[in-house]
Ligand binder design. Structure first.
Ligand code: F6R
Length: 632
């Protein structure tokens, strides 16, 4: 998971690389580094110096190191790391330099052990435990064997490796070139005026350009300040030059509509808090132009599938990981209750390995904020091979999962930088709701009246979400009182129906950023196990909006109270039944029972945020996590 950047142009590149890495720090943050070719002062007939600075820890450490040891020059590459091969040490931090070449890499080279053994047997010495250093050696070997350019050497080197990579390389011998290549790991180019950028993700480019090229798997590029050459590398065999086919390709830049300000904190203490508060607007943006109230329908063409694609759909299979999986559970409920199509939801990481029965007649809907999650991508590719129809719900235009699918329904959350997903989640919910309505209207099972009513209420949701956000102060007090001052070690989240995934999501948010162990449970299951955990030290967050489950969940609250559990209840405004039993209450505005997850999740996000902030954890970059999980 790691982030890479590259720059070539007229400007000093170290600040550009560091700024780009800052926008990618969500991808990994245990060490960072950069390599810059000092083209500013080259003696005649000599190759420029290659300045490499690396530092363990957050990017600020690299920033400090670069201040102490400046690296002048305007061609360079950089990396922020999330350790896969080798501990987070300076030796393992990228870039890795061999001979005249420096390399940064995101991904995993699967045949690294055999390659390392082979290279060591040839007398090659390794300075790190990383798989990336192997790539640097391979490029160096190809140059020594007569490759005419860094581009050619990189192509030949990459023909030896298996696995996932986004790679960038520079060489002292070719100071006017950066070579980048992509296979399975994300990589985008930013096209400026007389300058070119490369990065793992769009936010790293936004301060400089909105003209981006999303590279495809197999692309290898030679970047010059005024020219981008892209070729497609096809490897046939063992890597000898004649066994590689290289075809030139033209990829036209796309304009992204994300603004640079969206990738900044804009006065909020953390990206996560900013993104929680952006949810009403993100929801408006995702619904805008897609909902037709006249006929109670979703505009076909917006959904990513043709109406005729639906005729043959016998079942929907939703695939996702983490928070996106929780959105998919709510989506499954809507697809069955509104769309009247049988639906199942699966963790992509399990589905891909369990020899699932999938094929023609199945609509596989993947849900992925990044559009790059390795497990989801692999599951989608597998379902495609077996003949299923594929729809991707993603927040990143042109990312790998939408590209691998037959259609894409994009959320318009804007860049999500906080590692803990918030606004992506609520916009995913809205995309899934739209899909369910669209299916129900296509197969005639959802009346236009019900659809119109629901969509009208969906459009009004941002107002209710803003009201729910007013509970911020109360959520902070509850976080302090119930979780921080009591030094809570565990917390239980209960919900039913559409709010079961919200309980799961509340628990995930709390554990990932505050490091308090938390479990989300279907409230009806409590008596089958978790009730054994309840005593006076156990905070239990109960999600109890006004819906068909309200009375049942009120009974669960009684069961918790009978065992002296401390109840924090999310209840409809004016509620007394559950409110009277709970230690702490957060009132939320009433919305249609089908739409409650959009509202109930907000206090849970805020409680998790404030708990983490009060405990002083790194809210935006929690330990051991990375936002985009491009490894299995
Ligand atoms: C949790 C979180 C992760 C992601 C998961 C899937 O806050 O962000 O659980 O939801 O890694 O990522 P995407 O949606 O990019 O496939």
């Amino acid at each position: 998971m790691c982030g890479i950047v590259g720059y070539i142009g007229p400007r000093p590149c170290a600040p550009i690389l560091i700024d780009g890495l800052r926008k990618l720090e969500y991808r990994g943050y245990d060490s960072a580094g950069l390599a810059v070719l000092d083209t500013t002062q080259v003696a005649v007939g000599e190759a420029p110096k290659l300045g490499i600075v690396r530092a363990v820890g957050k990017l600020s450490k690299l920033d400090d190191a670069v201040r102490e040891r400046p690296v002048p020059g305007n061609v360079g590459i950089g990396h922020t790391r999330w350790a896969t091969h080798g501990r987070p040490t300076e030796a393992n931090a990228h870039p890795h330099m061999v001979g005249d070449v420096a390399v940064v890499h995101n991904g995993i080279l699967e045949n690294h052990v055999e390659l390392r053994n082979e290279l060591q047997a040839q007398g090659r010495k390794f300075l790190s435990e990383t798989d990336t250093e192997i790539a640097a050696h391979l490029i160096d070997i190809e140059l020594a064997n007569g490759a005419r350019s860094l581009l050619e050497a990189t192509k030949l080197a990459l023909s030896r490796v298996r696995g996932a990579y986004a790679i960038a390389a520079v060489s002292r011998k070719e100071p006017d070139v950066v070579v980048v290549a992509k296979s399975f790991s994300p990589l985008v180019l930013g096209i400026g005026e007389g300058e070119v950028f490369a990065a793992s993700d769009v936010p790293a480019l936004l301060a400089h350009t909105r003209d981006v090229i999303f590279l495809e798997d197999g692309d290898i590029c030679e970047l010059r300040a005024n020219a981008v050459k892209i070729e497609r590398l096809l490897v046939h065999g063992d890597g000898s030059p004649e066994r590689i086919t290289v075809t030139p390709v033209v990829r036209h830049p796309k304009k992204v509509d994300w603004s640079p300000a969206q990738a900044e904190k804009q006065g909020y203490k953390h990206f996560m808090l900013k993104e929680i508060f952006e949810q009403p607007t993100a929801l408006e943006n995702t619904l805008r132009g897609r909902v037709s109230l006249d006929d109670g329908d979703i505009n076909s063409g917006e959904i990513g599938l043709a109406p005729e694609d639906v005729k043959d759909v016998k079942r929907v299979i939703l695939l996702a990981c983490g928070t996106s999986h929780h959105a998919a559970i709510a989506g499954r409920n809507w697809i069955e209750s509104l769309g009247k199509v049988p639906a199942t939801v699966e963790l992509a990481s399990e589905f891909r390995y369990r020899d699932a029965i999938v094929g023609p007649g199945d609509l596989v809907v993947s849900v992925s904020q990044s559009g790059e999650t390795a497990d989801t991508l692999a599951a989608v590719r597998d379902a495609k091979k077996r003949g299923a129809k594929l729809l991707a719900i993603s927040n990143v235009v042109g990312s790998a999962i939408p590209r691998a699918s037959d259609g894409a329904l994009y959320t318009h959350a804007g860049p999500e930088i906080g590692v803990a997903s918030t606004k992506a989640f609520t916009t995913q919910l809205s995309a899934l709701l739209m899909l369910a309505v669209w299916l129900g209207r296509r197969n005639g099972k959802l009346t236009s009246e019900r659809a119109r009513d629901l969509l009208q209420k969906a459009i009004e949701l941002p107002t209710a979400m803003r009201e729910a956000l007013d509970s911020d102060g109360e959520c902070e007090k509850i976080a302090r009182r119930q979780l921080v001052q009591t030094d809570a070690k565990d917390c239980l989240f209960l919900g039913r129906g559409l709010n079961h995934p919200i309980a799961l999501e509340g628990a995930l948010k709390l554990k990932e950023i505050s490091y308090i162990h938390a479990e989300g449970y279907a409230a009806g299951e409590m008596k089958h196990g978790p009730i054994a955990l309840i005593d006076a030290t156990m905070p239990v967050v109960v999600v109890a909006p006004r819906d068909a489950h309200y009375e049942k969940i009120a009974s669960n609250v009684q069961e918790v109270r009978a065992r002296e559990g401390r109840v924090i209840a999310i209840v409809p405004r004016g509620d007394t039944t559950i409110a009277n039993m709970a230690q702490d209450v957060i009132e939320i505005p009433d919305v249609d029972p089908e739409l409650t997850p959009f509202i109930t999740v907000i206090p849970l996000q805020l409680i998790a945020y404030h708990t983490a902030d009060l405990k002083g954890t790194d809210v935006d970059q929690p330990r051991n996590l990375a936002k985009t999980v491009t490894v299995e």
